[in-house]
Design a protein around this ligand. Structure first.
Ligand code: ATP
Ligand code: MG
Ligand code: MG
Ligand code: MG
Length: 562
């Protein structure tokens, strides 16, 4: 590619709207341009980087046995109503009606669509497991789109969905994806860490986020310097404080007299890692645990208030109006009321004096719960948040806090969508069973920005070679000199023939401009020819990352270079 005919409009000044370095450099290097808030056009260089990331993601997904499909961006509301997410998802879901007044949305994620696909196609256990993925443009109407490609409204995601016939298979699918992700981020040349982002689901740690370590990251990671323990502080902030620090929450006393249990006891009871327990409230009805609050909990697989509803005839679900009347919280209020207790995924329940009531989500509140009869608080532990220097729950070393950017997320979904959408298969015994699902996302466009956050210097981007739009820049300092041009063409042809993607800077520009642009765009190798070097019959080389310079003979350059 010749820069004179390329479209990479570099900027000298840092655009005022760009707060973080990746956003600044993506604009300055002529890689992206903003159309409107959170929505960008990829220019040729930016698109090449994006495609390089996508290529590695695709190769590793294929290697893992996942199958690529492409699902639609526009999704019908009906499916979202079936899954229950139409009411819940909130304003990140961009909704609209088409000309026939059919409610629709722009897909922020594809659990509904893929489950709908699979429920119509898969009938037998023989067709399982299956893992379907796509690399596709998502739309989320983020409240604060910012930092360029880091948090867009429109962005490119790889999303995969696994369907298994049993739990062991679902776990294998999960860990298969976990390993594929580790390979992907390694190949991309990123410093990353997989951290527990535990959903708190009973049965273990089946949600991990892959974090690129960078000071500008919006997430805080608790990481052990001595072992592989790592957790998203927001999701799993619980580290057991010394026993003396345990104190019952004053609010709990209004409800019942709590007994105190250690984090280890609660964690063992819930079969979750101690690190995911920050506050525990166990409610027991009829000897069964009804629900528990674990920090970051989104779904309590087996333990649901449903047990309670099933057990007590006089209990019923409250309507949103009843909740509003009782709590004064407006309908649509999504936060917790009183003590919050997430029960079903994405729903909140709270316990008040004589009844259990929750935030105003449909089917998330119970009326007429009689404490003591129906529900007992059997355990209450109020923990402080983990702080740097706390002991690692795994090995006891002192924990560090670092900032990270979430570039990937693997999640064991269990039966959530297969139940809601009735995705079943016939097992070996001919019995109908729900498929067990997992979902796995990678922020393909966010990775481009994260790579720059991690790899840049005063001169600009220092792309990891696997992401770099071009491997080499070939700078011709004497574009008006025929010999120089002929030599440049020769070298360019040899590099291209060898599969080394090269950007030949043949512009009629000052050397300083050319060097600056090459640095800014971040090509891993710079080769300079012309000027004084031409007289000495050499090509100058520069390693963008180390700045190390060298010389190679013009005659037989390619042999020497290779
Ligand atoms: P975040 O916590 O940053 O909002 P998320 O947890 O909502 O992300 P997921 O639903 O887990 O995102 O989506 C999978 C991946 O998609 C994320 O790990 C992230 O890399 C990417 N992603 C999510 N939202 C955005 C966005 N607004 N812009 C760019 N990439 C995004
Ligand atoms: Mg989000
Ligand atoms: Mg997140
Ligand atoms: Mg996530």
């Amino acid at each position: 590619m010749r820069l004179s005919r390329y479209y990479a409009p570099t900027l000298k000044e840092t655009p005022a709207e760009a707060e973080v370095i990746s956003h600044q450099l993506l604009l300055r290097a002529g890689m992206i341009r903003k159309l409107t808030a959170g929505i960008y056009t990829y220019l040729p260089l930016g698109l090449k980087a994006l495609n390089n990331v996508a290529k590695i993601v695709r190769e590793e997904m294929d290697r893992s046995g996942a199958l690529e499909i492409l699902m639609p961006a526009v999704q019908p509301a009906d499916l979202w109503k079936e899954s229950g997410r139409w009411d819940f998802y909130g304003r990140e879901l961009l909704r609209f009606v088409d000309r026939h007044d059919r409610e629709s949305c722009l897909g922020p994620t594809h659990e509904e669509v893929v489950t709908d696909l699979v429920r119509h196609e898969i009938r037998s256990y023989r067709q399982l497991p299956v893992n379907l993925y796509q690399i596709q443009t998502k739309f989320r109407d983020e409240i604060r789109p910012r930092f360029g490609l880091m948090r867009g409204r429109e962005f490119v995601m790889k999303d995969a969905y696994s369907f298994d016939k049993d739990d062991a298979g679902a776990d294998a699918s999960y860990w298969g994806m976990y390993e594929a992700y580790a390979r992907i981020f390694k190949r991309l040349g990123l410093k990353f860490r997989a951290v527990a982002a535990d959903s708190g689901a009973i049965g273990g740690s089946f949600s991990h986020e892959f974090m690129v370590l960078a000071d500008t990251g919006e997430d805080t990671i608790v990481a052990c310097p001595a072992c592989d323990y790592g957790a998203n502080v927001e999701k799993a902030e619980a580290i057991c404080p010394p026993a003396g620090d345990l104190a019952p929450c004053p609010a709990a006393e209004k409800i019942a007299t709590p007994g105190q249990h250690t984090v280890e006891e609660v964690a063992a009871f819930l079969k979750v890692p101690a690190a995911s327990v920050i506050k525990t409230l166990l409610y027991v009805a009829d000897g069964k645990t009804v629900a528990a609050l674990v920090r970051g909990d989104r779904e309590l697989n087996e333990v649901k208030f449903k047990n309670l509803l099933d057990a007590k005839e006089d209990l019923r679900l409250a309507t949103p109006e009843e909740v509003t009347a009782a709590t004064g919280a407006p309908v649509g209020f999504a936060g917790p009321v009183g003590l919050s207790l997430p029960v079903y995924a994405d729903r909140e329940l709270a316990l008040a004096n004589d009844w259990v009531v929750g935030a105003n989500a449909a089917d998330a509140h119970l009326l007429h719960v009689d404490l003591g009869r129906d529900v007992n608080v059997v355990s209450f532990t109020d923990l402080r948040e983990v702080a740097p220097g706390d002991p690692c729950p795994k090995c006891g070393a002192l924990l560090d806090f670092t900032k990270g950017i979430e570039v990937g997320h693997v999640f064991k979904l269990g039966l959530k969508y297969s139940k809601a959408l009735n995705a079943t298969f016939l097992d070996e015994a001919g019995k109908e069973q729900f498929m067990i699902m997992g979902c796995y996302g990678i922020g393909v466009s966010r990775i481009v920005a994260s790579a720059i956050e991690q790899n840049h210097d005063d001169g600009g981007i220092v792309f990891p070679p696997t992401i770099a739009p071009f491997e080499a820049a070939l700078i011709n300092l004497s574009p008006k000199d025929e010999t120089a041009c002929a030599k440049a063409d020769e070298i360019y042809a040899a590099l291209t023939a060898a599969g080394i993607e090269t950007l030949l800077d043949d512009r009629d520009e000052r050397p300083g401009v050319k060097f600056k642009d090459a640095d800014l765009m971040g090509h891993p190798i710079q080769l300079t020819l012309g000027g004084k070097g031409l007289a000495r019959c050499i090509v100058e080389t520069k390693d963008r990352r180390t700045g190390e310079k060298g010389e190679l003979p013009l005659e037989g350059f390619f042999e020497a270079f290779a």
